[in-house]
Design a protein. Structure first.
Length: 78
């Protein structure tokens, strides 16, 4: 079963476009949208397991320069 999550991303001032471009290139990222409100970007990611989702967030997304904060919302199976 594929695991899916929404990543709410707050960026440093002036870094949204750069962060969007960097995240779009990562394997497992299905979409990246710039939004208004308390977060600057919402990314949808998928992986084979929750561990894969966790690795994608902590190993590949968190180190992207310009990211100030993230919130991960896992999609629950029906």
């Amino acid at each position: 079963m594929t695991a899916k999550a929404f990543i709410l991303i707050e960026t440093a001032v002036g870094k949204t476009k750069e962060v969007t471009t960097s995240i779009e290139q990562l394997k497992g990222v299905k979409s990246v949208n710039t939004v208004t409100g308390p977060y600057d970007i919402i990314a949808i990611i998928e992986g084979e397991s929750l561990n894969e989702i966790g690795d994608l967030v902590t190993v590949q997304i968190h180190p992207v320069s310009g990211i100030a904060r993230t919130v991960t919302c896992l999609v629950l199976p029906r």
